[in-house]
Design a protein around this ligand. Structure first.
Ligand code: ADP
Ligand code: MG
Length: 493
């Protein structure tokens, strides 16, 4: 690929070295397992957690004479992903053999796509908060087969092979070298995962290995020529990606500042030490002796196939975020939090529909998500339904309950369930807005505390003490605005 620098150097991201500033350049190759019931070229199941070698056909085991047959569902998923990345879809693409020996790869080659991938250039938008929006280029997306797994811990002097994963479809999504910090790389992985999950084309579960990233890292003088890169293989968490990048950039800077050179190599990140170490020197494309897979025809489809898939695409996070900002008056920050996954967005929308969108966002993000996090629950398992939370928001909007009482009410609904409006009635939680009743309480407190009255008249800030007393006397049910107004009148402030 030809490398183009699309970014203006940003001093905030520079890394201080002994001899001056440095800038990191990052490009990611993300492997995402395609969501499909069977493998890319065989009808074996892809089900996770099966006994070893349960999901292996003659094709996956590379028995002589077996022929691969393309799984159309995987093709659809790759095209849908391409559409989600606003990418060019290639109506004709070619599968190639990438030859290399792995003991858990029976054919001795991986079927991949080399010069003609199914998806071409696309983009991923990152919202970097104060630093604004950054567009990261996608170079390509291609389909390829996964390898099996070696098991070294089952027997004292033998290793075993599990081929359940051999032949499972992967999408390799290759970014342009557009990333300039570990924060951007982390945001890129998260955003990509969000998009894949919205599309339902990969479950994005990094712990289970269904999404993993190879991270290319190089350093250079700000705005200078691209440096030599090292590739950190198979990073399987967003946090590890950040650690690996920070370590690797610093390692390269130290070598260059000592007058050394960077060897282009493949490295491994060790989460235990937080370091990367050399695995092998980098192989070039010619080492793989790529050639078109003779057992498969070029993959071809027409515009109608693409249009059909485009029609059924769900609303994606960027579009949803823009709509939430416009429709519900949300801040960009809140909108980002809410669209980060599809279930959260759907929950919020059900609460916000026909209500004050900002108030709804506040309750969904701060109260509900806060509580769900604490209990380690998914939004789909929330004990408080969208309808119930909407009911609480309604009571606040109508002035029936204060924000404080609403928190108590939320707690009751969370633990006991029930209809919020009915609970407020039954348990006498309604806010007292009747000014006569509040006046009566105020009068009593003012009469009982002449010293405090004198002090407050000198220093109006002390009125807060009276507010506290009135709220206490009303068991938190007095309307705070009314309390403030009446107190000001009575104290002559
Ligand atoms: P390979 O598979 O041989 O590593 P690819 O072209 O598929 O090559 O992927 C290269 C990846 O490395 C891309 O994500 C690209 O953006 C990134 N990259 C290329 N040059 C640099 C560089 N100098 N520094 C950092 N990343 C780079
Ligand atoms: Mg690579």
């Amino acid at each position: 690929m030809t490398l183009v620098d699309t970014r203006t150097p940003d001093p905030k991201k520079f890394i201080k070295g002994a001899t001056g500033d440095w800038e990191m350049v990052l490009g990611l190759e993300v492997h995402a397992q395609v969501t499909s019931e069977s493998k890319l070229f065989s009808s074996s199941s892809t089900e996770f957690g099966q006994p070893p070698n349960n999901n292996v056909s003659f094709v996956d085991a590379a028995m002589p004479g077996m022929l691969p047959v393309i799984n159309e569902e995987c093709v659809r998923q790759a095209v849908r992903t391409g559409l989600g990345l606003k990418a060019k879809i290639n109506k004709r693409s070619i599968f190639d053999r990438k030859n290399y020996f792995y003991p858990d790869q029976p054919p001795g080659y991986q079927i991949s796509q080399y010069l003609d991938p199914i998806v071409g250039e696309g983009k991923v938008l990152l919202d970097m908060g104060e630093d604004g929006e950054v567009e990261i280029g996608v170079e390509r997306l291609h389909l390829e087969t996964d390898a099996g797994k070696l098991m070294h811990d089952q027997h004292p002097n033998m290793s075993f092979v599990d081929l359940n994963r051999a032949g499972v479809a992967l999408m390799e999504i290759v970014s342009k070298p557009d990333l300039r910090s570990s924060d951007e790389a982390k945001a890129y992985i998260s955003k990509l995962r969000t998009i894949l999950r919205y599309l339902g084309t990969c479950d994005g579960n990094m712990e289970q290995g269904s999404m993993r990233a190879d991270i290319n890292v190089s350093v250079r003088r700000p705005g200078g020529e691209f440096g030599t890169r090292c590739e950190i293989k198979n990073v399987n968490s967003v946090r590890f990606a950040g650690q690996a990048i920070e370590y690797e950039a610093r390692r390269q800077i130290d070598i260059l500042e000592d007058g050394g050179e960077i060897d282009q190599e493949t490295r491994l990140f060790d989460p235990k030490t937080g370091e990367t170490r050399s695995m092998r020197s980098k192989e070039d494309a010619q080492d793989y002796r790529y050639f078109p897979e003779p057992d498969l025809l070029p993959l071809e489809f027409d515009d109608a196939f693409i249009e059909e898939l485009a029609k059924d695409l769900p609303e994606l996070p960027d579009e949803k975020r823009a709509r939430f900002i416009k429709e519900f008056g949300l801040t960009a920050y809140d909108a980002n939090v809410l669209v980060a996954d599809r279930d959260s967005a759907a929950f919020y929308e059900a609460v916000a529909e026909g209500r004050d969108g900002k108030l709804a966002a506040n309750w969904v993000i701060n109260e509900l998500f806060g509580r769900l996090n604490k209990e380690d629950l998914a939004v789909t398992a929330s004990p408080v339904s969208a309808e119930q939370l909407g009911g609480i928001v309604d009571l606040i909007s109508k002035g029936d309950i204060s924000g404080k009482i609403a928190k108590d009410l939320f707690e009751i609904v969370w633990t006991e369930g029930g209809d919020p409006a009915q609970l407020v009635e039954e348990r006498g939680m309604k806010q007292v807005t009747d000014t006569g009743a509040i006046e009566k309480i105020v009068d009593e407190i003012v009469a009982a505390n002449p010293d405090q009255v004198a002090k407050a008249q000198e220093n109006p800030k002390l009125m807060g003490w009276f507010v506290g007393q009135v709220m206490k006397a009303s068991q938190g049910k007095a309307n705070p605005q009314a309390v403030n107004k009446i107190l000001k009148d009575k104290l002559g402030l």
